[in-house]
Design a protein around this ligand. Structure first.
Ligand code: KG4
Ligand code: ZN
Length: 317
């Protein structure tokens, strides 16, 4: 079954063609993140305007790159939310129009299920359920106990900011460009992660929930305290801050594994799952469970291939 996926929930305009939920025929992503590099985050009206400009060329590239025509598409999977209203509307209107004109069924996909499904892309090995999935992006930090490709129980969520938001806001405080995750990871490469002892929220509690507001405040206070030295201290601050975010994420995954000892696999998905320190730390903490990450970095951040994959598994139900 061949599915055309469309994802326009934020500042990426993406269209992809995926066969049977796993085989990616093409995955076109036009990102406008560079437009927002200096503004510290996405401006919703500007993001929607960019979506309008990009949606038709991106759809055209996807169909052409896959070497197909609309007659070959069995279904269209579209992100129905959550996300920025203006951006979402552009994708939904495009998908509805294509569905009507070419008489192709439409499948609405929750953005989070899209991220959870990014793990199936180009992975041929069958998963072992139940598994624990750490889903971390700019909009959410969730811990799932999943019982099938489309079903699961939310066992932990953030009490305040999402992990990606903590990276983005931390980067803005450190004078680093948006998106903050890659900027902080880069700055951290030359830093000492033990230079600053940032707190790991809720570490004494038996919980699968997250909190990043206290950590963000600690970074702000450290920057204020060392006012004037930011240039010199930036790598150490970035490395220590990244370490504290990753340590908290790992701590909650480890706790989840004590609650569900029959779990054999841990997945991590979403933009923050691109972080190599997080992957390294998880790998060291979850033994004897296996760690699965999206096959390539563009499958971690927003992309339409994950939406097409989710659409495939939804229609199998
Ligand atoms: O999944 P995504 O593209 O969009 C949302 O659904 O939010 O995630 C974007 C988030 C941003 O907050 C960005 O800073 C973060 O993912 N991110 C990273 C890395 N790459 C992207 N965070 C940490 N390390 C990275 N390498
Ligand atoms: Zn996302």
């Amino acid at each position: 079954m061949i599915i055309l996926g469309i994802e326009t929930s934020c500042d990426e305009t993406s269209a992809a063609v995926v066969r049977n939920g796993t085989e990616v025929l093409c995955n076109i992503i036009a990102s406008t993140k560079d437009v927002f590099a200096q503004s510290g985050g996405v401006v919703p009206e500007d993001a929607a305007r960019r979506q309008v400009e990009l949606i038709l060329p991106v759809l055209h590239s996807a169909i052409t790159d896959a070497g197909l025509s609309y007659a070959d598409i069995d279904a269209i999977a579209i992100t129905k939310g959550p996300g920025l209203m203006g951006s979402l509307l552009v994708g939904v209107m495009a998908a509805r129009t294509l569905s009507l004109v070419h008489n192709i069924p439409l499948i609405g996909v929750h953005h989070t299920l899209g991220h959870l499904s990014s793990i199936w892309l180009e992975h041929s090995e069958e998963p072992t359920f139940p598994c624990v999935t750490l889903s971390v992006s700019g909009g959410h930090s969730d811990l799932w106990l999943r019982s099938s490709h489309t079903d699961g129980k939310l066992i932990g969520k953030t009490k305040d900011d999402a992990a990606g938001e903590a990276f983005d806001k931390g980067a803005a405080m450190l004078g680093l460009p948006y998106p903050g995750g890659p900027s902080i990871a880069k700055a951290a490469e030359s830093g000492d992660a033990s230079a600053f002892n940032f707190p790991i929220a809720l570490s004494k509690e038996k919980t699968c929930d997250f909190s990043f507001s206290g950590l963000k405040n600690s970074l702000r206070l450290a920057i204020q305290k060392h006012d004037g030295d930011l240039e010199k201290l930036r790598p150490n601050l970035a490395a220590s801050y990244q370490e504290a975010i990753c340590a908290q994420l790992c701590h909650r995954v480890s706790h989840a594994l004590t609650l569900y000892p029959d779990v054999k696999e841990v997945h991590t998905v979403g933009g923050v799952s691109a972080n190599s320190r997080l992957r390294e730390m998880l790998q060291g903490n979850i033994s004897p469970c296996a760690l699965r990450t999206p096959k390539t970095i563009p499958y971690c951040t927003d992309n339409a291939a994950m939406i097409a994959s989710a659409g495939y598994f939804i229609q199998l139900e």
